[in-house]
Ligand binder design. Structure first.
Ligand SMILES: [Zn+2]
Length: 336
């Protein structure tokens, strides 16, 4: 585990947590909720390090020097455990939770805390979640379970109710905005980045730095080229498949939702992809609402498949999309 300095929007949450710890008010289970890219993991890791450190600083931070800090950094601290989907799986399984229960039944090797991070908590399948519930009902002393969730509403209500919740989406947008501006410098549309990532600064910076915006731009232009017959749907699907399929489908969904929003309101301010206004307006005029909704259904269905537990080839998820898109928009070209 590598600890980086906390970005400014996480500081108030950090202070709240470390004060609770210093006043011995920390709960046994904490649910950190918020969109992907809000920094939930970073916050959880900072807290874990602070609780395990043998010589924390006067402000409660981990020292980074003691044996516990060294072990944690090397991934070998015996009082720290982390649950996430195993390789090639999207789920956290019951055996992993059983391992966690056993971990919690031991005495802390270094006599301080035992800390476990479960991430993302919604990846626990039903059996795993029910098993965790038993642990939450009778939590051992000096144990902190840190549940990280991008979608807390997908957790069992009984799990949610047994955790103290901290919602990172309540962050002051001005703090995020100025941090991004400072990090990225000139030449980036910060409003657009934040709109596209649901105001999650780490996701926004990733989108800006990983050529994400260029990928999105070329994706949208290939839609137009598919419609006027300049591109082949099968080859285009293969090209899209070189990017992360979930991301590709996410962008297409946001685009189609914009078409529907504009068709229903005729107002630009409701469009999410503000840089695509003209194309979206034109589509909203050409497609019927039924066609637009049917295409949106197709996209969300494939998005769910892409996030699901069965591993599907990216091409097989994207070809139905490009083919349907051509079938939908090519007739418009002939009559235009
Ligand atoms: Zn330390």
């Amino acid at each position: 585990m590598t600890l980086r300095p906390l970005p400014p929007w996480l500081i108030p949450y950090w202070q709240q947590l470390i004060t609770a710890h210093q006043q011995q008010r920390l709960p046994h289970a904490l649910l950190l909720g918020g969109n992907l890219g809000m920094g939930k993991t970073q916050l959880a890791q900072h807290l874990a390090a602070a609780l395990l450190c043998m010589q924390p600083t006067p402000t409660g931070e981990s020292c980074g020097q003691c044996q516990a800090c060294h072990l944690l950094r090397a991934g070998n601290h015996p009082d720290f455990s982390q649950l996430m989907p195993l390789e090639k799986s999207t789920q956290i399984l019951i055996d992993q939770v059983r391992g966690l229960i056993q971990f919690c039944s031991l005495t802390a090797n270094y006599g301080r805390y035992q800390v476990a991070i479960i991430e993302p908590a919604e990846a626990m399948n039903v059996n795993a979640a029910n098993s965790l519930l038993k642990l939450l009902e009778e939590p051992p002393d000096n144990t902190l379970l840190l549940l990280i969730s991008h979608h807390p509403m997908q957790l069992l209500p009984t799990i949610r109710s047994r955790c103290q919740r901290l919602d990172l989406n309540r962050t002051d947008p001005h703090v995020i905005h100025s941090w991004l501006k400072e990090q990225l410098g000139a030449g980036h549309d910060i409003e657009l980045l934040l709109t596209l990532t649901a105001n999650a600064p780490l996701a926004a910076i990733q989108l800006a730095q990983q050529e994400g915006l260029n990928q999105r731009q070329s994706l949208f232009s290939s839609l137009a080229d598919l419609s006027n017959g300049k591109l082949d749907p099968i080859k285009t699907a293969a090209q899209w498949a070189q990017h992360e399929v979930g991301q590709v489908l996410y962008w297409l969904i946001s685009w189609m939702m914009d078409v529907i929003r504009f068709a229903q309101t005729q107002q630009n301010q409701h469009i999410l992809n503000q840089d695509q206004q003209t194309a979206i307006q034109q589509l909203a005029q050409r497609l019927s609402l039924i066609q637009a909704f049917e295409f949106l259904d197709l996209l969300t269905e494939h998005y769910r498949l892409a996030q699901g537990t069965v591993a599907l080839k990216p091409n097989s998820l994207l070809e139905p999309i490009t083919l349907a898109w051509v079938a939908l928009t090519a007739p418009m070209r002939k009559t235009a």
